[in-house]
Design a protein around this ligand. Structure first.
Ligand SMILES: NC(=O)c1ccc[n+]([C@@H]2O[C@H](COP(=O)([O-])OP(=O)(O)OC[C@H]3O[C@@H](n4cnc5c(N)ncnc54)[C@H](O)[C@@H]3O)[C@@H](O)[C@H]2O)c1
Ligand SMILES: O=C(O)CC[C@@H](O)C(=O)O
Length: 409
């Protein structure tokens, strides 16, 4: 597929799931005014229809960009995940189609860490059950099963951007911090990395999960892991719903093996705020249930809106793919007076030499060239004199392995 860049007002953006208006403001300020903004996610069928004439799509965690949806996305240039998780996008199908995927790896991390800390305090005071009782007219003024978090042991599974921030905040409240991660990490403050997860589970009063959704984290907390947890400890999950076996957790809460739990993410989540939330955890008093709002604060959403919109603008204006999660990362200077050719191709030998042969044979001077590859794709960016870009575009689309080729003005 070969194209030249459209007028900015003809480049269509579709933003789903109530993405913060800061994204629209930034797009508009950069000349991208063709923006449709919906407050909900769409079903696969609706999305297949809607995505067909969209150049850029913005989603959060509910929109599933499956291979079938991407198959229908003939004009799609890039995806912006206005969140951290990218498990809702088939990243490898997107890569094979030359669609660049961006996310916001930092903007909501503080919000999640704050919520987890608040939940740890509430759970150790058995507030969820006392709160439920009071709503039903009960009154449980008692210190039984109510503890300070000072001097307690918190076990963080996944010591990335959220886990490590939580580590620092927990220590400042007087907690002992232990963590488990598949990667050896620099422990912040006095935190201790443990070599295996089971040791952490048997040691800690609070266990909190901060891993991504991957095959290795699927149901990593099941009946055996819950059995290995310290009796009377609490479990917090604000990572992904597939990380915990929810039936095993419900059983451990009913039997009071665990003092409590706080769960923000679920194996199946409602598609919209009007759909019913169904879970085996409903009705259990010592569990705090929240509707996947760990990162949903005004501050985080406003920052995410700007951060991801800016990445989409930079890619559209300039071809820059820095921080993309599925694409070679190429950081590019501006190209005043020049035309910029973006050539996305299969990562096979010989493509660059074929491109350079074409430039040589057609006497097209290259004023700048950038290349990187990742997994199955290669990305070459070439700056040329304006009057030579059309002939170059015409020739380059026939290079063996070409996925997409575009010219930016
Ligand atoms: N509830 C919410 O609203 C909310 C908000 C933001 C993020 N999240 C979720 O939290 C996750 C973590 O976010 P982050 O920014 O800290 O991510 P991150 O990538 O910075 O950190 C993840 C850490 O998990 C580790 N890890 C991966 N697989 C592991 C395994 N099998 N066992 C142990 N450790 C493992 C990684 O090495 C890494 O250190 C995200 O992927 C997202 O799914 C949820
Ligand atoms: O905003 C969302 O829908 C997802 C938030 C969170 O899970 C993330 O991955 O950043």
């Amino acid at each position: 597929m070969a194209t030249t860049s459209l007028e900015k007002n003809k480049i269509k953006f579709l933003l789903l799931e109530g993405i913060h208006p800061s994204a629209i403001e930034l797009l508009n300020a950069n000349g991208y005014t063709n923006v449709e903004h919906l407050s909900t996610a769409l079903s696969e069928e609706e999305l297949k229809e809607k995505i067909a004439d969209v150049h850029f799509i913005g989603i959060r965690s509910r929109t599933q960009l499956t291979p079938k949806v991407l198959e229908a996305a003939n004009k799609l240039i890039a995806v912006g995940c206005f969140c951290i998780g990218t498990n809702q996008v088939d990243l490898s199908s997107a890569q094979e189609k030359g669609i660049v995927v961006f996310n916001a790896p930092f903007s909501n991390t503080r919000s999640v860490a704050e919520l987890v800390l608040a939940e740890a305090i509430l759970l150790l005071r058995t507030i969820p059950a006392k709160n439920m009782k009071a709503h039903r007219g009960g009154w449980e003024k008692s210190a039984a099963n109510a503890y300070e978090i000072r001097n307690k042991k918190i076990g963080i599974i996944g010591y990335g951007n959220i886990g490590s921030q939580l580590s620092v905040m927990s220590e400042s409240l007087g907690m002992e911090v232990y963590f488990y991660d598949v990667v050896t990490k620099l422990p912040l403050g006095n935190a201790t990395q443990l070599a295996d997860m089971k040791s952490l589970l048997g040691l800690c009063d609070i266990v909190t999960l901060h891993v991504p959704e991957t095959p290795s984290t699927k149901y990593m907390i099941g009946p055996d892991e819950i059995a290995a947890m310290k009796p009377g400890s609490v479990l917090i999950n604000a990572s992904r719903g597939t990380v915990v076996n929810i039936d095993a957790l419900a059983e451990a809460l009913r039997s009071q093996k665990l003092l409590g739990a706080a769960i923000d993410v679920f194996p199946v989540e409602p598609k919209s705020n009007t759909e019913e939330f169904i879970s085996p955890l409903r009705g259990i008093d010592n569990v705090l249930l929240t509707p996947h709002i760990g990162g949903s604060t005004v501050e985080a959403q406003e920052n995410i809106g700007k951060e991801v919109a800016e990445k989409l603008v930079k890619y559209s204006d300039n071809g820059t793919t820095i921080t993309s999660v599925n694409f070679p990362e190429v950081g590019l200077p501006s190209h005043p007076g020049q035309h910029r050719i973006l050539h996305i191709h299969k990562n096979i030998p010989g493509v660059l030499s074929e491109i350079n042969r074409i430039f040589f044979e057609n006497n097209i001077n290259i004023s700048g060239q950038f290349l990187d590859t990742k997994d199955k794709v290669g990305y070459v960016v070439i700056d040329v004199e304006a009057e030579q870009s059309q002939i170059a575009l015409e020739k380059l689309q026939h290079v063996n392995g070409t996925i997409r080729c575009r010219v930016l003005y």
